[in-house]
Design a protein around this ligand. Structure first.
Ligand code: UT7
Length: 331
């Protein structure tokens, strides 16, 4: 029997218009443009401003444009997966809200939380529904309004994160394109280094949790850095080795945009030259689930049918992984 694969047949991103520059951050906390640029590679990030706007509103922008550019009616979508750590509310799922707002009335939908690796977990999950033969049109979203959980008096975290999102369309193909392989990993013991202390069932919201600022991102940067740098590089090398891919076979590396130094280390470990590495951390910072689809969207016009792309991520949990995609269309 011919193998069904899931091909990405369209991509669209959205970043809110407000630009929060390093210069502006210098006015909020004791930091400098020079420190942020050298330690992270970030120059500016986007922030979703405006009363009543949430993660779903950014996702709606990306999904509506995706539907339009792929010529898809919203009712044709059968499944929507939204990877996010900043859902509009604890429940229902943001994917449900996006489905409603976009008119994807025939889809079942759910959120997936794997922190910064959420988009690649969701892409892998969505591809399995396609490969099963039961689903023909799946939308996978990576979206985060990180500004809603960042403490703008904490210089260790507020310089890093930004808001943004992207969405892809997955459809079946019997050709040798699409999601070719993936490796996903988790190590829950890493949760001590990167988490949000309150707001869950362990520490429900209270006056005390708010006073202690426990609803913001807590990150031990150096510890996370150490794991990220080895895990992301190792898993990317592993997916190449097990598929007998050499650096020459790879057209693009799409790394999660957490820190330019982590990105550089991953590229070096894989033997991929810098010009083949997608980098937009300077413009958007770390948008958590938004980083990878935002890269693919920005580079879409340069992608060619048959391009071998390695996508890699590392994030809270810890979670990490890598996907080999054979790009399915010329833009
Ligand atoms: O996406 C999810 C996964 N997350 C990651 O992959 C993030 C991984 N971690 C990192 O990217 C880096 O650890 C950070 C960017 C968060 C921090 O960079 P670092 O080079 O590890 O800095 P550090 O935490 O070791 O701090 C070095 C110094 C400290 O001062 P002392 O103790 O040496 O005097 C910090 O207090 O830099 C200080 N510092 C700052 N100085 C100016 C920390 N943040 C800032 C800041 N501006 N914003």
């Amino acid at each position: 029997m011919t193998k069904l694969r899931a091909a990405i047949t369209g991509i669209h991103g959205y970043a809110p218009p407000y630009v929060l520059s390093n210069k502006e951050i210098e006015k909020l906390v004791d930091t400098s443009d020079e420190w942020i640029m050298t330690r992270t590679g970030i120059r500016e990030r986007r922030i979703q401003k405006g009363e009543g706007l949430a993660t779903s509103d950014m996702a709606v922008e990306a999904v509506n444009s995706l539907l339009q550019k792929t010529g898809t009616r919203p009712e044709e979508i059968e499944l929507v997966i939204c990877a996010t750590v900043t859902p509009d509310m604890v429940y229902p799922a943001t994917a449900n809200i996006v489905s409603d707002k976009c008119g994807m009335t025939n889809a079942f939908s759910f959120d997936l939380n794997a922190a910064c690796s959420g988009f690649i977990y969701a892409l892998t999950t969505g591809s399995k529904y396609i490969e099963s033969g039961s689903y023909k049109k799946v939308v996978v979203i990576g979206a985060d309004k990180m500004s809603s959980i960042v403490d703008y008096t904490d210089r260790q975290t507020c310089v890093i994160f930004g808001d943004g999102c992207g969405a892809v369309m997955l459809e079946p193909t019997t050709d040798d394109f699409g999601i070719m392989d993936s490796i996903m990993r988790t190590d829950g013991s890493g949760r001590i280094h990167l988490h949000q202390k309150a707001g869950g069932s362990l520490r429900p919201a209270s006056h005390e949790t708010i006073e202690r600022k426990e609803h913001f991102v807590y990150q031990e940067g150096q510890a996370v850095f150490k794991f990220a740098v080895t895990r992301m590089a190792d898993v990317s090398a592993e997916i190449m080795e097990r598929n007998k891919l050499t650096a020459d076979d790879i057209s693009w590396l799409v790394p999660h945009q957490a820190n330019l130094r982590i990105i550089d280390a991953t590229g070096k470990r894989m033997g991929i030259p810098p010009e083949k590495v997608m980098i937009n951390i300077d413009k958007y910072g770390n948008t958590t689930n938004g980083t990878i689809p935002l890269c693919l969207w920005e580079w879409e016009k340069q992608l060619k049918k048959g391009d071998n792309i390695i996508v890699a991520a590392f994030g809270g949990g810890f979670t990490w992984g890598s996907i080999w995609i054979k790009w399915a269309y010329d833009s």
